[in-house]
Design a protein around this ligand. Structure first.
Ligand SMILES: Nc1ncnc2c1ncn2[C@@H]1O[C@H](COP(=O)(O)OP(=O)(O)OP(=O)(O)O)[C@@H](O)[C@H]1O
Length: 380
């Protein structure tokens, strides 16, 4: 689904989240952490969007901002056109203020499952009472017998049989994979429109990850929900989005640098950082091309308290040129195919091509070749 479709379920416009990080108990002042900077992204009905990037690049902060758990320092987040934070601020006013969707509805519609489901499932309650709670709240007319049928049916659907046995257990009596399935069912029973799955499969055995992702997609059809899936693993993002016809968003140092279909991202990456991630993902077999060193100038990752000027990736980019040190590329659809890239190299007419390469960057011959064959690297 493309960003050009009707009103998005969720719409982030120029969203930034900065944290003031106190240094040495405040003695040395504070530094601003640029966790997320100027991100615009739409998520549609029944959409699947995976955010991928290395640790600390801002995936969790962006995800939490998308579901209204984190307030942005700049920009806005809309649920079906309603500004989430205006709805929250209107909550205190008599009559709820001038909002089309209440804060309660928005928060219920945007759910989250975590890496560690054990910590989010109340250990004092059985699985049946944990799963009954959202049904009691959102379908109060449902009889106890019907609730039980619904819960047992879902437990069986996700392979937890005999359901009556699992329903009577407490969370600590389940495996990590079973806990995660219960957390997913609970989020879906909230009648959610979108589930933020933050590294939700990372703690599972490798053998169970594909199974859990497939289950998420099967349940998506039944419950009509969208997923915002956060992962540091491009292979997992590919698995989930490919089956769902979704998109992958690549993040680097708080910014979204490329957004496209899994085919575009995996087989024809445009951004040099996407190529680095591909190189680093052994499951995608890009190292079989015989490149044994990562395609970067420097292994040092800059601090989010002091992001580089211009393109934030220029300090590591093999293709960086002088213009990249002073101008910040915006995320744009250069080829009219829906894929958006924040790199001057995606624009054959940009002044980048006349700009001086930086030390340790590409040669003139490489540049000539690349200009004609953008994105050839990363094919497998
Ligand atoms: N509440 C906070 N106060 C200060 N800094 C924060 C806060 N939350 C996150 N950060 C910082 O913001 C940056 C982005 O963090 P975030 O957790 O969003 O990244 P991430 O990509 O999800 O990382 P990981 O994959 O390791 O979970 C990091 O530098 C982090 O230390």
């Amino acid at each position: 689904m493309s960003d050009a479709d009707d009103e998005p379920l969720l719409s982030l416009r120029n969203v930034s989240v900065h944290f003031e990080d106190e240094q040495l108990f405040g003695l040395a002042g504070s530094e601003t952490v640029h966790a997320v900077d100027d991100v615009s992204l739409d998520v549609h009905e029944n959409d699947v969007v995976a955010l991928v990037g290395e640790s600390g690049c801002g995936k969790t902060t962006l995800g939490k901002t998308a579901i209204g758990v984190q307030r942005p320092t700049d920009g806005d987040v809309r649920y079906r056109g309603q500004d989430i934070w205006e709805a929250k601020d209107a909550k205190g006013f008599l009559g709820g203020g001038d909002v089309t969707h209440s804060w309660e509805k928005i928060r219920r519609s945007l759910q989250m499952i975590h890496q560690d489901p054990g910590s989010s499932l109340n250990s004092n309650f059985t699985i049946e009472s944990i799963l009954s709670a959202p049904l009691k709240k959102w379908e109060p007319e449902m009889s106890e017998a019907d609730r039980r049928v619904r819960i047992y049916g879902l437990l069986e659907y996700v392979g937890m049989t005999p359901a009556e046995d699992y329903a009577s257990r407490y969370p600590h009596q389940l495996s990590g994979g079973e806990q995660q399935r219960v957390a997913l069912i609970r989020a879906l029973l909230m009648n959610s429109d979108l589930i933020l799955a933050d590294e939700a499969i990372s703690a599972l055995d490798v053998s169970l990850r594909a199974e859990m992702m497939d289950l998420m997609l099967e349940l998506q059809e039944e419950f009509d929900t969208s997923y915002l899936f956060i992962s540091h693993n491009l292979a997992n993002a590919k698995h989930l989005t490919q089956r769902a016809g979704g998109r992958i968003g690549i993040m680097y140092l708080g910014e979204l640098v490329e957004v496209g279909t899994p085919e575009q991202i995996i087989h024809d990456p445009q951004h040099p950082y996407t190529k680095v991630l591909l190189w680093a993902t052994s499951d995608l077999q890009n190292r079989s091309k015989g490149v044994s060193t990562p395609p970067v100038r420097s292994l040092d990752i800059p601090e989010p308290t002091d992001p580089p000027s211009g393109c934030r990736f220029h300090t590591r980019c093999l293709d960086a040129r002088e213009v990249c040190t002073r101008e910040c590329p915006s995320l744009e659809d250069h080829d009219g195919d829906g894929r958006r890239t924040a790199c001057f190299r995606a624009d054959p007419d940009h002044e980048y091509w006349e700009s001086e390469p930086l030390d340790g960057a590409e040669t003139e011959e490489n540049a000539a070749g690349d200009r004609g064959e953008r994105g050839a690297a990363g094919d497998d």
